[in-house]
Design a protein. Structure first.
Ligand code: NAP
Length: 277
């Protein structure tokens, strides 16, 4: 079965739209976009479209490529102090002269709807986070939607980034899966993936995972977004593996829409739990 992230995301958005419809004051997401990176511009447009679709307010703050780190942080502090703003997101990547960690950590934890600041990331590991990062949260929606019980399953996560692989491995462990977190230095990766029930790939290498890595897995989730010859493809060679596994997500239309839907969910949560301090 091809798992449609688009359809699952639509269900999440419909649910949020219903919740927001009757509200006088709507949840508000503020996004900071630095520079003119075409991929970033397109991701931000997708987030804006989704916000407006469910009835959230969307504030876009564009800054020039040569903006200073201090100016970005000042804008974040302004948003932190603005009680009308529920969620703050800084679109990554940032230009090299800006310290990403410093910028993300200047977002107050209860508006950090991307779940990436040090406070929320750390608390995820003691199961007390406010916001789960959007892509891992979106991936967990897939298991929920297809009714896949992770208990005791062998899950291989390929890629250990702070954005995807690392928080995801923590979440999967919480759901009682046995997780193998792999990376570029992992030896005999194909042996590990072949004996897994579930394989989740987040490496940023077009069609890297092919038929040599998979053999009748229950679920394969492709997180990768790569642009090849003007087209988007994943980290999995979809055509070569789709008949070798039971369930698989496509790219596009798989994890991407769920990442955005999870951002909306986190923003709604921030709105509901607003802390006025
Ligand atoms: P990242 O920060 O570059 O991390 C890539 C990870 O993959 C690293 O841990 C790296 O290992 C590992 N890796 C690279 N090549 C490998 C290989 N051949 N075998 C095993 N592991 C390998 O990337 P990211 O931010 O996690 O993003 C990964 C991909 O997901 C990208 O294509 C990105 O665009 C996409 N993405 C999609 C969404 C979405 O919503 N669909 C969201 C976020 C990211 P080392 O640690 O050893 O270097």
């Amino acid at each position: 079965m091809i798992i449609s992230g688009k359809i699952i995301a639509q269900k999440i958005k419909d649910d949020l739209k219903m919740k927001v419809e009757s509200l006088v004051k709507k949840p508000t997401l503020a996004v900071i976009l630095v520079g003119e990176n075409p991929a970033s511009i397109s991701y931000v447009k997708g987030k804006e479209k989704a916000c407006l679709e469910v009835g959230f307010n969307f504030i876009l703050n564009k800054m020039n490529e040569d903006v200073t780190e201090t100016e970005v942080i000042q804008k974040i502090i302004e948003f932190n102090n603005n009680n009308d703003i529920d969620g703050i997101l800084v679109q990554l990547p940032l230009p090299k002269h800006i310290n990403v960690r410093k910028v993300i950590d200047s977002i107050v934890y209860y508006k950090d709807v991307d779940g990436l600041n040090s406070y929320n990331a750390g608390r995820l590991f003691i199961d007390e986070t406010k916001f789960i990062p959007c892509t891992p949260l979106g991936i967990m929606e897939i298991f929920k939607d297809i009714n896949y019980d992770l208990t005791g399953k062998n899950v291989t996560v390929i890629g250990r980034s702070n954005l995807v692989g690392l928080p995801l491995s923590r979440l999967l462990t919480k759901y009682d899966a046995t997780v193998t977190l792999t990376h570029s230095k992992t030896k005999n990766l194909a042996e590990i993936t072949k004996r897994s029930d579930v394989v989740i790939v987040a490496i940023g290498d077009p069609r890297f995972i092919n038929e040599n890595y998979l053999d009748n897995q229950d679920v394969v989730i492709d997180v990768g977004i790569n642009r090849v010859d003007g087209k988007i493809c994943g980290d999995v060679d979809f055509e070569k593996v789709k008949d070798k596994v039971k369930n698989i997500t496509p790219v596009p239309g798989g994890v991407g829409p769920l990442t955005i839907a999870s951002l909306l969910k986190n923003t709604y949560q921030a709105f509901k739990e607003k802390i006025n301090d």
